[in-house]
Design a binder for this molecule. Structure first.
Ligand code: PEP
Length: 249
């Protein structure tokens, strides 16, 4: 049975006080035993979040990290620094990192290698732009993203990886991929893993869907055979909405 996962990507939201309010509100909810729940605060709130959640099953993850171990990378944070504060999972390749900070499949493959060498778990994001879907290139784009960033890894390294398919046109737009569109792409992703690796790996890998998931649509999306949960942006900033999504399986 694959992991069921709901991860909240807070992006650049929630200062010290807001983090305390939101995490305290999440902590009072009981969590389903069979769902891994994660939140990704800003770097500055990681230690605080770990402290606030020390008696809770919610896991604190980082939104990004640098591929280098240390050095002249002003403003950056290394894997060892994350581990030093107790963070062992990192989101890599979010579309905002790709579009605003020019991350690409090649630079992401370096980050992935570092994260794996450091024993970290990765939520690897990828997905097509609107124009690519409109011109029917979404399968090709996703195949390239996975091939270039991940398919040089040996099969054993995939125990560190959670995939998050996030069609860019559905992120923060209120527009969601239909459950059938999500299922179609997730099944395609599994077929790529069968082709490159093995059926057993394809069956084990958790593939999350991200893009305007809300309490009103989560159940239908999560009911799709190849959708193992969600990466949630906007709705993760509200405790009631986020917990409704966590309980939508
Ligand atoms: C995201 O940022 O990964 C995301 C899916 O955002 P939203 O849920 O707001 O579309």
């Amino acid at each position: 049975m694959r992991d069921q996962i709901v991860a909240g990507n807070w992006k650049m939201n929630n200062d010290h006080r807001e983090t305390e309010i939101l995490l305290n509100a999440l902590a009072v909810h009981s969590k389903p035993k069979d769902v891994r729940v994660m939140v990704a605060p800003s770097f500055t709130q990681l230690s605080q979040s770990i402290d606030l959640l020390k008696n809770d099953s919610i896991k604190v993850v980082a939104q990004n990290m640098n591929a280098a171990a240390s050095g002249a990378y002003t403003g950056e944070v290394s894997a060892a620094m994350l581990k030093g504060v107790g963070v062992t999972t990192v989101v890599l390749g979010h579309s905002e990192r790709r579009s605003l900070y020019h991350e690409n499949n090649s630079s992401l493959s370096e980050k992935v290698k570092t994260a794996i060498a450091e024993g970290m778990e990765i939520i690897f994001c990828f997905g097509e732009q609107l124009e690519e879907r409109k011109t029917d290139r979404h399968f090709e784009v996703v195949k390239d993203q996975l091939s270039e960033a991940l398919f040089a890894l040996p099969e054993a390294a995939w125990e560190h990886i959670i995939l998050a398919y996030e069609p860019v046109w559905a992120i923060g737009t209120g527009e969601t991929a239909s459950p059938a569109q999500a299922q179609e792409m997730h099944a395609f992703i599994r077929s790529l893993i069968v082709e490159r690796y093995s059926l057993s790996l394809a069956n084990e890998i958790a593939i999350l869907y991200g893009g305007s998931v809300k309490p009103s649509n989560a159940k239908e999306i999560f009911s799709m055979e190849d959708v193992d949960g969600g990466l949630i942006g906007g709705a993760s900033l509200n405790a009631e909405d986020f917990m409704a999504i966590v309980n939508a399986f």
